[in-house]
Ligand binder design. Sequence first.
Ligand code: GLN
Length: 249
Amino acid sequence: MTMKMKVCWMYHDIMDLYGDKGNILTLQKRCEDRGIEFELETCGIGENKELSDFDLMFLGGGADKEQISLIPDLRSRRENIKKALDEKTFVLLICGGYQLFGQYYTAADGSRIDGLCFNDYYTETGKAGSRCIGNIILDAQLEDLHTKIVGFENHGGQTLNVAHPLGKVLVGEGNAFGAGYEGYYDGRMLGTYLHGPLLPKNPDVADFVIMKALQKRHPDFTYKDLKPLTNPFDQGARKALFERFHIEA
Ligand code: GLN
């Protein structure tokens, strides 16, 4: 039986900052290399879409302007997103998308954007002109997968009150200046500030996301069921960052 992964890329036309599209391309390549059919749909503002049909919903990063322009549409889908989550659609959120799933986001100009309130965290603006920018490395325990996650962060928003962070910060800032922890993971959704983009630099996290998505239709599917892939480029970005910051791989 051929397995299939159905992905919905939300607001693909406006939320695609710093190469977030690479996350989609990585998922596609790693599925296709294993004979898993990859079906991609996009969803723009005003488009009619049943989100619970998908195994994965992806929302990338965007600047304040884009976040403000899409939030009425995103809020109008709240019940549908809740249905999708209840029916085990996995949700991957990067930066601006991550912020919008919390209580609120205060943009750099002081305007408050009410979030979807799926999570208790909220995001306030930092001191004028100050942003968390730079390479970042995390130590993360994603269920059975213990790994180091590498990436690049660039956010003004300071995310606070995060109940279940994605990982402990080894290099960089994280959810806020000096936060010590980065991102959010609760088994149903993974939110992170890591751009760069996230998945090409972290193939094990890409496979973890594929596993979570496939579990919607195949609850017994495990990480070990994913055929190992040997791509010589897989580890390149990770190795370079580990060496640069003297972190053990
Ligand atoms: N506008 C948000 C911030 O600066 C998110 C930016 C992003 O997605 N990189 O915090």
